[in-house]
Design a protein around this ligand. Structure first.
Ligand SMILES: C[S@@+](CC[C@H](N)C(=O)[O-])C[C@H]1O[C@@H](n2cnc3c(N)ncnc32)[C@H](O)[C@@H]1O
Length: 186
């Protein structure tokens, strides 16, 4: 039996459809990455790979991690030059200070408060941590896993400059995204 948003939940979700997501990159990723110089990027919880493929198309060298084999197989068929890796982000850690961008889009999971600073340790000085999630709402199946951006900002230490921590319009018309954008101090 699966618990909220665990690996079996996601495998079942991906197995239930040919494509779960639109195939388009997330609007807040596009908006916030637009002004950045391409470098090394990590997409944490990459799903079917739309964001990773979009980043690669913009000149980023991308590593994309997800724990769903079905999602990653689907992502890899998109034929882009992305380094796909199957791993559980509650256990996996990036190489320290090795990415110019670490992006987590809709990575709703228990224990994110512990996972996020660990992913952030993968960001180089001057690099960006971008986290986008659903705004908390009773319409969400697991509202307790929807973290306000200001709460997520509080999980980071003072080695970070918080650039954005607020709800913004997102990919769904009915609910906003919580957007956290932070720069690692040099
Ligand atoms: C809501 S989907 C978002 C996918 C993609 N980022 C997007 O925006 O289209 C969340 C993704 O996170 C992945 N995920 C959730 N918990 C994870 C974990 N502990 N380790 C690795 N991936 C995880 C799921 O498999 C799923 O693909």
């Amino acid at each position: 039996m699966s618990t909220p948003f665990d690996r079996q939940f996601w495998e079942d979700r991906y197995a239930s459809a040919h494509a779960v997501w639109s195939g388009e990159p997330n609007p807040n990723l596009v908006a916030e990455v637009a002004g950045l110089e391409p470098g090394d990027a990590l997409d944490a919880g990459a799903g079917e790979g739309a964001d990773a493929v979009w980043l690669a198309g913009k000149g980023w060298r991308v590593k994309a991690v997800d724990f769903s084999a079905t999602a990653l197989e689907r992502a890899a068929t998109r034929g882009s030059d992305v380094d796909w890796e199957r791993a559980d982000l509650t256990e996996w850690s990036p190489e320290p200070a090795s990415y110019d961008l670490v992006s987590a889009q809709y990575l709703h999971l228990p224990g994110l408060a512990e996972v996020l600073p660990r992913l952030g340790a993968g960001v180089r000085p001057g690099g960006i941590l971008l986290v986008v999630g659903h705004e908390r709402s009773d319409a969400h199946p697991f509202p307790e896993l929807c973290y306000p951006a200001k709460e997520m900002a509080g999980w980071l230490d003072d080695g970070w400059e918080i650039l954005i921590s607020e709800p913004r319009p997102g990919r769904e018309s009915t609910r906003r995204d919580e957007v956290l954008k932070a720069r690692r101090r040099a």
